[in-house]
Design a protein around this ligand. Structure first.
Ligand code: ADP
Ligand code: ZN
Length: 207
């Protein structure tokens, strides 16, 4: 943890779903409030799990109020002059403008805490998280437990009707019926619908 720091900075909490990013963000926000800092909390409006839009919720049911935003510009416009700590959850859903917005907030002397998953369901970099990691002063990469084998999970497994979802699906599936699991690299499965079709035509099987 950065302490006795009079300038602003960016800290990113990242990792797979279920790794505790929201829990850790809430812990840092609560501690900033205990330290009597002026805190504002935002989250992408695309995340409406559990309690809905007006709050951040973790998978274990904790909640804190948060302002839903649809674009990085909304955050720039809504941060109050006296705000000392800005927390942003589910940042992977925001546009890449979030990099310059968080940089400006830090330049102005604020502490910026960003949480978001760094890989999409294919295991590829997710939205603005890569560039955010590059400009951050501090990064914590958290892990979950692989629900298949019990090792450390680093990948987001998308499932449709309980089956691994094909790579060709959209990165952000709004209002979809898909579900997610935390898995390790070995248990992560991203079949290609195109490959499957080719194998069907040629009568082959996927290894
Ligand atoms: P994130 O924001 O990274 O998605 P949360 O903070 O919302 O994670 O939730 C973390 C909590 O999820 C854990 O403390 C634990 O209670 C629960 N959990 C459910 N599934 C798993 C898993 N496979 N590995 C680790 N924690 C899990
Ligand atoms: Zn595994």
């Amino acid at each position: 943890m950065i302490q006795d720091h009079r300038d602003g900075w960016i800290e990113v909490i990242t990792g797979v779903m279920f790794s505790g990013k929201s829990e850790e963000l809430m812990r840092r926000v609560r501690r900033a409030m205990i330290a009597r800092k002026q805190v504002q909390v935002f989250k992408s409006h695309l995340d409406d799990r559990y309690g809905g839009l007006g709050q951040i919720s973790s998978h274990d049911g904790q909640e804190i109020p948060a302002l839903p935003v649809s674009a990085s510009r909304d955050i720039a416009e809504r941060v109050a002059t006296d705000t000392q700590v800005v927390a942003i959850d589910e940042a992977q859903f925001l546009d890449t403008g979030i990099v310059s917005v968080t940089n400006s907030l830090a330049d102005e002397g604020r502490r910026v805490i960003v949480a978001g998953t760094d890989m999409d369901f294919r295991g590829e970099p997710f939205g603005p998280l890569g560039p955010l990691l590059a400009v951050a002063e501090k990064i914590d990469k958290l892990h979950a437990i692989c629900v298949v084998c019990g090792e450390l999970a680093t990948r987001n497994q998308r499932l449709i009707d309980g089956q691994p979802a094909p790579a060709e699906g959209p990165t952000i599936q709004v209002g979809g019926l898909e579900s997610y699991e935390a898995r390790c690299r070995r248990c992560h499965d991203v079949p290609s619908a195109v490959d499957d079709q080719m194998q069907l035509i040629s009568g082959g099987r996927r290894p």
